[in-house]
Design a protein around this ligand. Structure first.
Ligand code: PLP
Length: 386
């Protein structure tokens, strides 16, 4: 019989995947399903980016690239970040940057502090790399953000990383320069703690965005910034992300990557270079569309009894607190999501998948008409309950 490795033992089949599979099954049965459960923009990749990939392939950019990325893309990422190419690794999506980071640095017993709610994969990547996630609950009452006190209390001699994500999936919270500076003050006293700042939603910010690298430049020798083209340029399928950090860390991450993928796709790297060099107006236009969808989503959610939802500052998710609705009616947030899916055909993701039960995550990377229809169905069904 198949015997899975022990490194997989703590890893559950992603709750997002389970919901998506049930939604697909219901669709196959002819049900009218609106899946607001996935995390990708509905826009197409900009045509000039596709054209650049086509031209690169015709010009022979179809071979292995250097493991850490093509010199052109590394140089462009470095230039835009004010870093050197040796500080940059190009990987198969931002996800592989995170995985490389953890695989290159964690030993058994090492702790990784992650404020909850966090993107589902953070805990699983850390566990697969042999580390121990240390989850700090950061509820709505603190705007889903880590406080300096919480950070100070959680650091132990075993702490290796603090994992930050701003704008956040799923809460949309953005750390201000001041908030980052306060966290950096705590880190000053703990030089063994490094920081991974996942800024993949940078260009989907509705309030001013600050990079951790700019808020805490004195921590640059123990910070890795994660970013990529997936969300901003609607390039999730091209699989290109990057990390910007100390050269020694980048070198070890490159060793890991060399044994797992040999490097990111050559054609996709050419496409990502074109995206980075393209006119940014398209990002502005798309951000404005997301902002309108956000407002429609938040208005609709707050009109439903038992739900409380602040407007997210970034990304394209709403993360309403549903504890009032769940209380006395459902076992938990997962049961609420199952009921909603069966009853209304609307697929959401339970908050427990992000380390914060009592919430659900709804993506608004969909046409406004679809969002409105989903919210109407939810309101009608929940009205019958309450
Ligand atoms: N980081 C966060 C916070 C995300 O939400 C996602 C995608 O959902 C990723 C990283 C992964 O990005 P990529 O598709 O570039 O691997």
């Amino acid at each position: 019989a198949h015997r899975p490795a022990t490194r997989l033992s703590g890893i559950a089949l992603s709750e997002i995947v389970q919901i998506s599979e049930r939604a697909r099954q219901m669709r196959a049965e002819g049900r009218d399903v609106i899946a607001l459960s996935t995390g990708e923009p509905d826009f197409p990749t900009p045509p000039e980016v596709i054209e650049a990939a086509h031209q690169a392939a015709l010009a022979g950019q179809t071979r292995y690239t250097p493991t850490a990325g093509t010199p052109d893309l590394r140089a462009e990422v470095a230039r835009q970040a004010g870093a050197e190419p040796a500080n940059v690794i190009i990987s198969t999506g931002a996800k592989q940057v995170l995985a490389n980071t953890m695989l290159a640095t964690l030993n058994p017993g090492d702790e990784v502090i992650m404020p909850a709610p966090f993107w589902t994969s953070y805990a699983d990547i850390v566990r697969m790399a042999g580390g121990t996630p240390v989850v700090l609950p950061c509820p709505l009452s603190q705007n889903f953000k880590l406080t300096p006190e919480q950070l100070g209390d959680a650091i132990t001699p075993q702490t290796r990383w603090l994992m930050l994500n701003s704008p956040s999936n799923p809460s949309g919270a953005i750390y201000s320069a001041e908030e980052y500076a306060q966290l950096a003050d705590i880190l000053d006293a703990h030089p063994h703690v490094w920081v991974v700042a996942d800024e993949i939603y940078e260009h989907l910010s509705y309030t001013p965005f600050t990079s951790f690298a700019d808020a805490a430049p004195h921590l640059r020798d123990r910070t890795i910034i994660v970013n990529g083209v997936s969300k901003a340029w609607s390039m999730t399928g091209w699989r290109i992300g990057w990390g910007i950090g100390p050269a020694e860390l980048i070198r070890d991450m490159t060793s890991v990557q060399g044994q797992i993928t040999s490097g990111a796709s050559s054609v996709s790297q050419a496409a990502a270079l074109a995206a980075l060099q393209s006119d940014r107006q398209i990002l502005e236009d798309r951000r404005a569309t997301f902002l309108a969808r956000r407002d429609a989503t938040i208005d609709g959610l707050n009109a439903i009894p038992g739900l409380t939802c602040p407007a997210p500052d970034g990304a394209f998710y709403a993360f309403p607190d549903c504890s009032e609705l769940i209380e006395g009616r459902f076992d938990n947030d997962a049961a609420l999501c199952q009921w909603l899916l069966e009853e209304t055909g609307v697929a959401l993701v339970p908050g427990r998948a992000f380390g914060m039960p009592g919430h659900v995550r709804l993506s608004f990377a969909y046409a406004e008409s679809q969002i409105r229809e989903a919210l109407t169905r939810m309101e009608t069904a929940i009205d019958r309950l309450t």
